[in-house]
Write a protein that binds this ligand. Sequence first.
Ligand code: LIP
Length: 273
Amino acid sequence: MLITDFCPMSLDIDKLLECSLAAARAAATYAMDHYNRRSEVVEMSSHDVKLKLDQECQEKAIAVIRSQFPEHSIIAEEQTSGIRTRPDSETEWIVDPIDGTVNFFHGLPLWCSSVAARHHGAVVAATVYAPALNVCYMAAADGQSVCNGLPIHVSSVASLSDAIVLTGIVRNVSERRSLTRMLAELAGKVQRLRILGSAALDICAVAHGQADGYFESGIYVWDVAAAGLIVRQAGGSTELIGEPLSEGRIQFLATNGHIHDAVKNVFRQIRNL
Ligand code: LIP
């Protein structure tokens, strides 16, 4: 599809989608091909690890994007504050070469490569590819989300007591106390709260109707950009909650839409206590 209404130059979303797939594939395939090197560590910190492969996979994804769209900007995870090139570009790519790094490091299959194209601030094409699970989620701003080429839709669960909500625990210890209260309250209201270790796959699980909501505080745009579009184009809702935290980190809620307000009400009650 060509979008012409909000930019002077026409935007070929299909081309962006193809490129997001090629870039995610390049990163994830490289990770799979070098799986036996997954414990090569660049930096080990409390609750996190930076891997040599993360950086190498990112280079693979970026090479694909650069070869097709040399003029576009790229934001990617593997540098402390992300890399942002060509700030004057209307289109920027958001790359997480390995989301679920700690899972990958330990040999758990719940990890993926996530690539999104954002135009004038709105994500328009996205791929989340998890080769160890053999799933590839894709979405364009003008169509239905797919998993391995088949259309997907969020669940119809409308009550918190029937819902699975996925989450993660913020690394920053000082932020953990208030978060723990929120999550404890939520855990008491939903059928189950789960921590699986990859934000992008968590959100895609909501898109696929396998989970009903996802909330995490302290994550980065590259964790949620691609999967956010995928859940929206599968009928779900996403929202930034509260103010951004330090270092550009955000609080992100994605749901099937039906339990969205109920989850927010739980957070509101805690803040007012
Ligand atoms: C990780 C997420 C995980 C979340 C961590 C981190 P990484 O991304 O996907 O679910 O809890 O805070 O953001 O570092 O593996 O790309």
